[in-house]
Design a protein around this ligand. Structure first.
Ligand code: PGA
Length: 263
């Protein structure tokens, strides 16, 4: 695992964008695994500003709320269209999220896995981490061979995302979601985790430096052979191996191309 600590969120987003741009340049028909959440908004805007060619690209998102149709402003389909897909030249038919309003959720999840397989699997999976330690919506006790499925959201996640729902307008956060499983995530050829901000310092130190445990689904990335974690200094504040991460970045020639971004 490579952990890169950037001075602030802006730099971390720029580095993540540069890594995605390079992956796309190397493989124009890249299959991207995508994530939502506040952390990713500026990353998507930056990628859109780079005017990259996404015309051959396919995408699969990690998760979607159960019960929210695409046009609901709180759905992740709406988020993705607004923050990313409507700003780039991707063919929307190549963008995939689980259908949270499918009649048969189990069949929907099986269909989603099949589509990913038909696409040849995910080349590069973008990940955030939630305060519950989740990747996707894989809450504590998600088993590491889990596949795309319906899950219940923990109180921690309800509290984290609840404020996005405007109760005065009758919006209510669903307490269930469809999510790629931990096993699905680990099948991606490469993982790119982006975590910024002080409030993530505790959970990211557990995920990266703590024991691998299903109590912190994010710790499963320790198993992946090609995983880059990009943090800002605020999120990295509680890492005991911080100095080692800085020096590993400074000394490893594979990061030469990115040094101008991470100054
Ligand atoms: P956030 O969400 O970017 O809004 O903090 C990340 C997550 O819950 O995975």
């Amino acid at each position: 695992m490579d952990i890169v600590i950037c001075k602030n969120a802006e730099t971390a987003e720029k580095l993540a964008a540069a890594i995605i741009a390079d992956a796309l340049a190397a493989k124009p028909n890249l299959t991207l695994g995508l994530a939502t959440g506040a952390t990713m908004e500026n990353l998507y805007h930056k990628l859109a500003d780079m005017k990259l060619d996404f015309s051959l690209c396919k995408t699969f998102n990690l998760d979607e709320y159960v019960g929210l149709p695409a046009e609901d402003r709180n759905s992740y389909r709406y988020y993705m269209n607004y923050h990313f897909f409507d700003r780039i030249n991707i063919d929307k038919r190549n963008t995939h999220l689980e259908n949270g309003v499918a009649e048969d959720l189990e069949a929907e999840c099986a269909r989603y896995e099949e589509m990913m397989e038909e696409a040849g699997g995910v080349d590069l999976q973008l990940l955030g981490i939630g305060l519950s330690g989740h990747i996707g919506f894989n809450e504590p006790f998600s088993d590491w061979s889990s596949r795309t499925r319906a899950v219940n959201l923990t109180p921690v996640t309800m509290a984290q995302n609840g404020p996005y729902f405007d109760e005065a307008k009758g919006e209510k956060m669903p307490n269930r979601a469809l999510t790629m499983g931990v096993g699905t995530v680990l099948d991606a050829k490469k993982l790119l985790m982006l975590v910024t901000g002080e409030r993530k310092a505790d959970i990211i130190s557990k995920a990266l430096e703590g024991p691998m445990t299903s109590m912190v689904s994010g710790s499963a990335i320790q198993l992946h052979p090609d995983c880059v974690v990009i943090l800002d200094e605020a999120a990295a504040a509680k890492l005991t191996m911080k100095d080692y991460c800085y020096s590993a970045f400074a000394n490893d020639p594979k990061w030469d191309a990115y040094r101008d971004i991470v100054k």
